[in-house]
Ligand binder design. Structure first.
Ligand SMILES: [Ca+2]
Ligand SMILES: [Ca+2]
Length: 341
């Protein structure tokens, strides 16, 4: 699938086609773990007994959680055609993945005796665990360190652009505040209700999801320990003209706050300039992957008082393209920093 660029430089993801249910079986096989079928996929008579047992162990909680979430997410976002996700285990921990856009409790949490150390809310859930996703997906279940819980929340397909926008752009009316509230006020309390309070909480995303992760952290100061943006669309708000309401501007105005920030990009940078004089640097055809906007964000955070390797990380992966394979290759970096907090 090719990238969709809405102007000469910003990189955002295309509207994602819901992954086919067929991918479910592929994913289960590929996970090679005691995975549990998605809530809307009925186990067949030849299902792995271990899988059925694991499913039975968590289903009461799972049903309750899903029912609660279904009743709370903005009505307009419900009822969309979504694919089924599949939970997958990680060593000593567990993952959430999403089904029909909603988090789904997974794996062997009941057998997990360790403390819940970190909890990471990740967006574009369709692409996080599914090896059949775009460019092979993030393989986030393989990258997740022991003790990290990942809550993957699917995008809404047709509402994706709106939900991941902090401000209006390209004729899209932002629903970013509603999405941020959904994560903070609905999903997080429910996860806490079932699994207790983690020591650290973070949120992560790439491209527009890097933007919405930063927006969530901005909307709820002090509520997240880490926010990670990979190839984030940080010029959003200035792309379609000379708007100035970018996340860069908002974070600049907010100054130094307690949430640690990880930024990265690929691209072929070094030719950054604010070509339309709106205050936001613009990737040109050489830079790419939101390199210039990411460097500008890095600079503004340093000026605000953030410090490298304390509460600010920036990574530049020369030449890396804007896709899931590139993010999969370097997502261990923010996860590592997250675990070090
Ligand atoms: Ca502009
Ligand atoms: Ca500009």
């Amino acid at each position: 699938m090719s990238l969709v660029c809405l102007s000469n430089s910003p990189y955002i993801r295309p509207m994602l086609t819901p992954t086919a249910l067929l991918m479910l079986s592929v994913g289960l096989a590929a996970c090679g773990t005691q995975a549990i079928s998605g809530a809307d996929s009925s186990p067949g008579s030849d299902a792995d007994p271990n899988e059925l047992n694991a499913r039975a162990a968590v289903m009461p909680q799972l049903d309750e959680l899903l029912t609660a979430l279904r009743g709370d997410r903005d009505g307009a976002m419900l009822g969309q055609n979504r694919h089924a996700g599949w939970p997958a285990t990680v060593d000593g921990g567990y993952l959430f993945v999403s089904t029909e856009g909603l988090p789904l409790v997974a794996s062997d949490h009941d057998n997990w005796a360790g403390a819940i150390m970190t909890e990471l809310y990740a967006h574009d859930g369709q692409n996080l665990f599914n090896p059949g996703a775009l460019f092979g997906g993030w393989n986030l279940d393989e990258a997740a360190p022991t003790g990290m819980t990942i809550v993957g929340i699917d995008n809404d397909g047709g509402q994706r652009l709106a939900e991941y926008s902090h401000t209006d752009e390209f004729g899209t009316t932002s629903r970013g505040d509603a999405y941020a509230a959904y994560v903070q006020d609905t999903v997080r309390p429910l996860v806490r209700q079932y699994y207790g309070e983690p020591e650290e909480v973070g949120t992560i995303g790439a491209s527009l999801c890097g933007l919405i992760a930063l927006h969530i952290a901005d909307r709820y100061p002090g509520k997240f320990d880490l926010v990670a943006s990979l190839s984030g669309t940080l010029g959003w708000g200035s792309i379609d003209g000379q708007g100035t309401d970018t996340i860069i501007a908002r974070d600049t105005a907010a100054g130094h706050r307690s949430t640690a920030i990880y930024l990265d990009s690929g691209g072929n940078g070094e030719t950054c300039a604010d070509t339309d004089s709106d205050g936001t640097n613009d990737d040109d055809d050489t830079a790419g992957d939101n390199y210039c906007e990411t460097r500008q964000m890095e600079t503004t955070l340093l000026v605000a008082g953030y410090q490298y390797n304390a509460d600010l990380w920036h990574w530049y992966e020369p030449g890396a393209p804007h896709n899931e394979a590139a993010w999969a290759a370097r997502v261990f970096r923010p996860l590592q920093e997250f675990m070090s907090l």
